[in-house]
Design a protein around this ligand. Sequence first.
Ligand code: FAD
Length: 277
Amino acid sequence: MTPNLSIEFFPPQTPEGADKLRVVRQKLAVLKPEFFSVTFGAGGTTQDRTFDTVFEIRSEGHEAAPHLSCIGSTREHIREILHRYRDAGIRRIVALRGDLPSGVGFAGELRYANELVEFIRAETGDHFHIEVAAYPEYHPQARSPRDDLLAFQRKVAAGADSAITQYFYNPDAYLHFRDECDKLGITVPIVPGIMPIVSFSKLARFSDACGAEIPRWMRRKFESFGDDSDSIRAFGLDVVTGLCEKLLAAGAPGLHFYCMNQSGPTLALCERLGIGA
Ligand code: FAD
């Protein structure tokens, strides 16, 4: 059975970037993803670009899921955004707390993602399918693994329909997290977020910032390739293919690709997995 796929973009910053993303989207559409999601910058800087990208995806006939974060925002502003999406026929939202850009002092009226989910339900009832974030290796600011799990449970209790995880390279982390959720009676689908590996140095920087672990054996091997980008790409493809195979064999309900606005790595991965096209 083909697993449900979804693919995440960030909003392009320039007209050239938007042109490039149109081509990327066309190529990725052969995978027949359930939806394309578009990230949202807390603090206001990229928000219009999120709208533009979402509406364009929708006008091409694909399901688009905007991300929406609440940090640094007001209820009134979030209400406006929700109504704009609802009026445009958007049916799915990825609801997040977000991270404040440095220098932004106002924390916002909703403090955590569970409050945002609650607000979306209060404002728009069952209109939206709400996705939330989950962290198999735990969120870096969580006081403890237990607290993070309970925070996830609150998001589901507030009305989230399903979850997408932060990316990870250790399948046991996902399987353990799923068992812990089972024990708490959390039954929503938890879709693993998959980050294809293209550049090790970029991945290492990014992973440190968001608390995703690159296992030592992988790190050592990537480092041994130096600047040999072909070997990095080939090894990255092997590792991530193996990860996806294990997750799907263990019953993961789908895969969400952090494609970084590139089609090649995600297409190569799906070809190796024998899914899509
Ligand atoms: P929350 O679920 O609110 O959790 C945040 C932290 O607070 C956790 O440590 C949690 O344990 C803790 N916590 C929760 N409730 C409480 C409480 N009551 N008391 C004390 N602590 C509490 N960021 C963006 O800016 N834009 C995006 O588009 C975006 N898309 C993302 C998509 C996915 C699939 C994922 C996994 C992440 C995404 N992020 C995005 C990053 C995300 O915004 C950050 O990880 C952010 O720091 C946490 O958001 P959250 O929704 O998980 O927050």
